[in-house]
Write a protein that binds this ligand. Structure first.
Ligand SMILES: *Cc1c(COP(=O)(O)O)cnc(C)c1O
Length: 391
């Protein structure tokens, strides 16, 4: 059989795929596992969005190839959302490109900017696609450590000048997966200055901007003065409207970057099924009560997990946003060992932090995307299996 190329050989086993396989194996044996591992909303897409899709399906105009950069009406809905939510003005024609889920654009942007030897600055721990997209495009990832002491934000001054000079892209993600950290405008201002100094395109992933608790509302990177000159923001319908299966997202901001991503897409895919984009318009323009309800559900779950962890001896920080709790592993365990212990003793799946990068070692991630009663059962199981842990 023909050998796959070196890039495919270096590809790590996809984190979520491996966990899904373990779930499948245990379920095949009839074991009642509760997975707190996967960041995929359990709640259904709100009915008014499903209805919009159903109606759009019947329109033959939607059965043909879509435009590779997306319907102008969808991009206009995105621009209006940015104006309403963040006070950011976007030209829908030139500053927004529709994506087949934000992951598609995140994986493809390195192909537009990196030549061999060029560097992407990538957060560690982080969403694996930033580093993998960089590698597949032939670039090199320089991992910026995110540590608890620094609020899980990279210290830009720690990036060696020689590295910064070779860097063409910087990936950031706030509210953050997997750490639950948030960033304020002061940090984004620093990023803009750094990107200007070293001529770097900032790729900010804001997939979780609408999932925030108490009275906190996360800012967009594009709110920082000058951000549009140096960066783009990736966003998605996936988490805000429980639409992970639909594959609909966008990139917006810097005009040249939006144009080049659209040009790349016109050569490798033909865009998003228009009926899905019309459902996306219904989501962005429709009643936002569904988002408020979802926030309340996640907040209840967040509080449940925090209380459960406290009862076991942890001192966890309740995240202000996002759907993840990032927890240090007990003394004497690697994250993987601890995840295995929890799987065996409690039949609960947690994600070892190592899956998000070297600096994820020593942590595990709990996702809030499990029905509340199952989440409660999972915590009870963990508590009776583990008792009190030593941190
Ligand atoms: C879930 C998630 C996304 C969304 O991906 P889509 O392709 O839009 O479904 C993007 N970034 C991060 C960090 C995520 O966790």
């Amino acid at each position: 059989m023909v050998q796959v190329n070196t890039k495919m050989q270096t590809l790590p086993p996809y984190l979520f795929a491996r966990i899904e396989q373990k779930i499948a194996e245990a379920r095949a044996q009839g074991i009642d596992l509760i997975s707190l591992g996967i960041g995929d909303p359990d709640l259904p897409t709100p009915p008014h969005i499903v209805d919009a899709m159903t109606a759009s399906l019947r329109n033959p105009a939607n059965h043909q190839y879509p435009s590779s950069v997306g319907l102008l009406s969808f991009r206009q809905a995105v621009a209006d959302f940015y104006q309403r939510r963040f006070g950011v003005a976007l030209d829908p024609k030139t500053e927004v490109v529709t994506l087949i889920g934000s992951k598609e654009g995140i994986a493809h942007i390195p192909f537009c900017y990196l030549d061999p030897g060029d560097v992407s600055l990538v957060p560690d721990p982080g969403y694996p696609v930033y580093g993998i997209g960089t590698m597949l495009a032939g670039g090199t990832a320089y991992y910026m450590p995110l540590t608890a002491e620094n609020g899980f934000k990279p210290v830009l001054a720690d990036i060696p000048t020689a590295v910064a000079k070779k860097a063409k892209l910087m990936f950031l993600n706030y509210p953050n997966n997997p750490t639950g950290a948030v960033a304020d405008l002061a940090f984004f201002n620093e990023v803009v200055a750094f990107a200007r100094e070293f001529d770097i395109l900032v790729c900010h992933d804001a997939a979780y901007s609408e999932i925030a608790y108490d009275d906190y509302r996360p800012p967009s990177f594009l709110m920082a003065p000058g951000a549009k000159e140096v960066g783009i923001e990736f966003h998605s319908l996936s988490k805000t409207y429980n639409m992970t299966g639909w594959r609909l997202g966008w990139a917006c901001g810097n005009r040249e970057a939006v144009e080049v991503l659209g040009r790349f897409k016109s050569n490798v895919d033909s865009g998003v099924f228009q009926a899905i984009q019309e459902a996306g318009i219904a989501a962005l323009r429709g009643d936002q009560t569904c988002v408020e309800q979802m926030r309340r559900i996640y907040q209840e779950r967040r509080d449940l997990v925090i209380a459960g962890l406290e009862a076991m001896g942890w001192r966890p920080v309740a995240p202000k946003a996002g759907i993840y709790i990032w927890v240090p592993t007990p003394k004497g365990f690697t994250a993987e060992e601890f995840a295995e212990l929890v799987l065996e003793k409690a039949q609960v799946i947690i994600t070892p932090g190592r899956g998000y990068g070297e600096r994820g070692e020593g942590f595990f991630r709990i996702s809030l995307t499990t029905p509340t009663d199952r989440l409660r059962t999972a915590l009870e199981r963990m508590q009776s299996a583990l008792g009190r842990v030593e941190i």
